[in-house]
Design a protein around this ligand. Structure first.
Ligand SMILES: [Zn+2]
Length: 93
């Protein structure tokens, strides 16, 4: 049977039981995008909550990364510091 693609309006061949509503991969991607946009428009509070949670999680991650970076900074710098002291002592001999 023939159906009309919901995106590009082209006719395409499909079976009666197929749930496909589009003629191609590209069109079904576009259809998903549209559904998503529509869903977001109809449920703005859900998305606000989700983006708030995302921001919070992201902040936690950033904080965690900073902690690691600080630790690494101290580690490499204390190595440099030891090296510097070693040289300093050598020079003093
Ligand atoms: Zn199409």
């Amino acid at each position: 049977m023939k159906r009309t693609c919901q995106i590009c309006k082209k006719e395409y061949e499909t079976t009666e039981f197929s749930r496909r509503k589009t003629c191609s991969e590209e069109c079904s991607k576009e259809l998903k995008r549209r559904y998503f946009k529509k869903y977001r428009k109809e449920n703005p509070e859900k998305f606000r909550e989700a983006s708030r949670r995302y921001r919070e999680r992201h902040l936690q991650e950033v904080k965690g990364k900073n902690r690691v970076r600080k630790k690494e900074y101290y580690r490499t710098h204390s190595e440099e510091e030891k090296e510097r002291l070693r040289k300093y002592r050598k020079d003093g001999e």
